[in-house]
Design a protein around this ligand. Structure first.
Ligand SMILES: CC(C)(COP(=O)(O)OP(=O)(O)OC[C@H]1O[C@@H](n2cnc3c(N)ncnc32)[C@H](O)[C@@H]1OP(=O)(O)O)[C@@H](O)C(=O)NCCC(=O)NCCS
Length: 175
């Protein structure tokens, strides 16, 4: 992918019934940091560490050149309100993942389902993918339901055993 087509893909726009999707920009930083520091949103993320503006801006600088990840701001057509993020991760990898979240004030209105359907249709059409995955933590019933309503089928489960942690216990990366 050359730099012109990458920039075009990063700034792509598409729509669904009630929602608009456009590539995230610097101007979205405050909203993204607020969402990604909101416990109601990040409690089912793999990393539950709230995002700081500094970390986000450093990430965004690299994101602009990253051809494996595309994040779209989801906006409600009727109100123009920023409603959430839908994205694609690990493009070029073995399995491409969809990622998504909806502002807690807008949840429960079918936007999650609509956004997953739209980002999936966009991914299949634009990136010519054969399959997409949604990695959903156990207990995230809203996400499971929204993904299923958008057509995703459960095909595997991962069981995990965590070593009980003691105070001052560090993993192999020193964390
Ligand atoms: C997952 C998420 C995007 C769903 O967004 P949403 O706009 O509320 O989704 P929808 O309204 O389309 O549908 C959610 C469905 O789950 C159901 N649901 C919501 N909470 C639920 C719960 N705790 N248990 C069971 N079902 C639940 C809703 O009733 C709805 O089903 P319905 O259409 O039959 O009424 C939203 O909850 C979210 O942003 N969660 C935090 C971030 C997250 O977990 N992202 C996904 C990471 S894999």
């Amino acid at each position: 992918m050359n730099s012109d087509s990458l920039a075009r893909d990063k700034n792509a726009c598409f729509e669904s019934d009630r929602l608009l999707y456009r590539g995230i920009t610097w101007e979205d930083a405050a909203q993204i940091v607020a969402w990604r520091s909101n416990g109601q949103i990040i409690r089912f993320f793999r990393s539950k560490i709230p995002l700081t503006m500094e970390t986000h801006l450093a990430w965004f600088e690299k994101y602009r050149d990253d051809a494996t990840r595309f994040d779209f701001m989801v906006t409600e057509k009727a109100s123009g309100r920023k409603t959430g993020i839908a994205g694609l991760q690990n493009l070029c990898g073995e399995s491409v993942d969809v990622s998504y979240f909806i502002d807690p004030l807008s949840q429960g209105r079918g936007f999650g389902t609509e956004a997953i359907r739209a980002i999936s249709a966009y991914a299949f059409e634009h990136f010519k993918l054969k399959k997409l995955e949604a990695v959903i933590l156990t207990g995230n019933c809203a996400s499971q339901k929204a993904a299923e309503q958008a057509g995703f089928l459960l095909y595997s489960q991962t069981y995990r055993l965590e070593k009980p942690r003691k105070i001052n216990d560090r993993d192999s990366c020193g964390r």
